[in-house]
Design a protein around this ligand. Sequence first.
Ligand code: ZN
Length: 171
Amino acid sequence: MKVLKWALAAIIILLIVGLLIPEKMTIPVKGATSKDWNHNTFWYEPWGRSGVHKGIDIFGTKNTPVVASTNGIVIFAGELTRGGKVVAVLGPKWRVHYFAHLNDYYVSAGDVVSINSQIGLLGDTGNAAGKQPHVHYSILSLLPMPWLFTSQSQGWKKMFFLSPHEKLTAK
Ligand SMILES: [Zn+2]
């Protein structure tokens, strides 16, 4: 019982520490500005097999460096059917930053990355094949945010997805 209490305390402390790490952010494509994505495509529908679009697409020239949008730890780097070559970084506040359709990636799970460091190259892999090259960027919160719940399609998932547009344009 005592062990359980200590384990619980450790988890709570870890959660709080994660929440206290400052979340500095940058646009994850080198040289890109807010003109390089459509400001209204977060939660846009219909959106292919996903139903609604849970991120933004940052367009650019193929092989433009893709950089980490925050400090964090790489939790996945590999290939997925829809995402193609993807990298997922666990950043401050228990948020996972997901970068998809990369032409290549230069990190692997466990790597510590700092904001603005290169993680890969912009591309058109996965279901972006044949489309204009872009990085699909999503921010997934591992802690649910019930106040973001809406009655939109898949609106309950909004408790777990933050708007990258809002985060990247916040002053
Ligand atoms: Zn997308």
